[in-house]
Design a protein around this ligand. Structure first.
Ligand SMILES: [Fe+2]
Length: 392
């Protein structure tokens, strides 16, 4: 399946027909129904599970974490996430040599009517770089992360404001959202998908889950990140580990082993990047930054995202967080339980003293990038280097 990366950059989303090959639709529906049944038995306490992850049937959007429940009989659900129509298209759109699924979820309708959810963008907040930085980085280079909805039955739940992934909210949008965040926005369009169609989008786009009612819903929800593309993705973590791959065919397992190896390689480079800052080694800093974010434009966004990571490492050393149970630690630093092992791996690479020093070295950059929306006007990577080049 061929797609045009420019269309995603222009509109923020692309609707694709028959992402699920028609001859696979029935079998995929059957496998997912088995999975939903097993998930319900787990929620009811009838089946054990290793990692209880998923938003349960009482929530507004019951969500299955596929890797936490898949078995050999339903492994075609995972294989579909490696298909040319999903992984292949994602890789094309991110213009990267490789790509990997980060999140493999499945959304169902709730048991009771929860009505519409508010309009929002997914990737906003103090844990990430300012929104305009993420947008500029994507537009100057390529997306490093794309998200999908692929319904197994017709699904019109999602609305988007085309082009809003390129800009912050307008004053008019903010006014209307303050008044009523659960009504159609001017310029908003409803994404009408037939069974097996898909929408792939930048989750920086303003979007609206318009209907969390009891209407039958069975929709695959995926996230993919790039490896080796121009950009350091703002969503890097996997919501899976290799444990579940014992249920897969050897060929599929090998694909996930490759993704894990790519992630491990990236963590080695992040460690080297942090050590360059600790050692005040400007040359190493520059060369590691060029590996993590090959695109020369908007590299400050990458440094900012890694600064946020350094903040998390620092928070994990604080007594009030270090003393929490494992699951609460991940929540306290804004991480997901299923990806926390990757953060833990990074934390284990540094002593408390190093983590503390790193945190202090990033403090001037943190002060410059503390807006949720705006990047600093006149501050760049050179200014950041200057703050530690000659420090103690
Ligand atoms: Fe969302």
């Amino acid at each position: 399946m061929q797609v045009n990366p420019q269309q995603l950059l222009d509109d923020g989303f692309i609707i694709l027909r028959q992402v699920v090959p028609p001859e696979q639709l029935d079998s995929l529906r059957a496998s997912y129904e088995t999975i939903v049944e097993r998930q319900h038995r787990r929620w009811a306490g009838e089946l054990d599970w290793d990692v209880p992850v998923a938003m349960d049937y009482k929530s507004k959007q019951p969500r299955v974490v596929l890797n936490a429940i898949v078995d050999a009989a339903t492994a075609d659900t995972v294989d579909f996430n490696l298909h040319d129509h999903t992984l292949g298209v994602s890789r094309q759109l991110m213009q990267a040599p490789e790509a990997a699924p980060t999140a493999m979820f499945f959304m169902s309708n709730p048991a009771t009517d929860h009505g519409p959810d508010p309009w929002h963008r997914d990737a906003v907040g103090r844990r990430l770089a300012p929104l305009q930085g993420l947008q500029a980085d994507m537009l100057a280079n390529a997306p490093g992360y794309v998200q999908w909805n692929i319904p197994l039955y017709d699904d019109d739940v999602l609305w988007v404001v085309p082009g809003s992934h390129r800009r912050p909210n307008t004053a008019a949008e903010d006014r209307q959202l303050a008044e009523n965040p659960r009504a159609p926005l001017p310029g908003g369009v409803q994404v009408r998908l037939k069974a097996g169609d898909g929408v792939v989008y930048s989750n920086l786009i303003l979007h609206w889950p318009s209907d969390y009612s009891t209407k039958h819903r069975r929709t695959i929800h995926l996230g993919y990140r790039s490896f080796g593309g121009a950009i350091f993705p703002y969503s890097t973590h996997f919501y899976w580990d290799l444990g579940f791959t014992k249920h897969l065919s050897p060929a599929s397992r090998a694909r996930f082993e490759r993704f894990a190896a790519l992630h491990a390689q990236e963590r080695d480079h992040i460690e080297a990047f942090f050590r360059a800052i600790l050692d005040r080694d400007e040359a190493a800093f520059r060369s590691e930054l060029a590996v993590l974010h090959p695109g020369e434009a908007e590299r400050l966004v990458c440094v900012t995202l890694l600064s946020r990571l350094a903040t998390k490492l620092h928070e994990l050393t604080l007594p009030e967080i270090a003393s929490l149970p494992h699951n609460d630690q991940s929540k306290a630093v804004g991480d997901q339980r299923t990806s926390f092992y990757l953060l833990q791996d990074m934390a284990d690479r540094f002593s408390a003293a190093e983590t503390d020093l790193l945190y202090r070295r990033f403090a001037p950059l943190e002060a410059q990038t503390d807006s949720v929306v705006d990047m600093p006007d006149s501050y760049d990577v050179e200014d950041f280097i200057a703050t530690w080049r000659n420090s103690d």
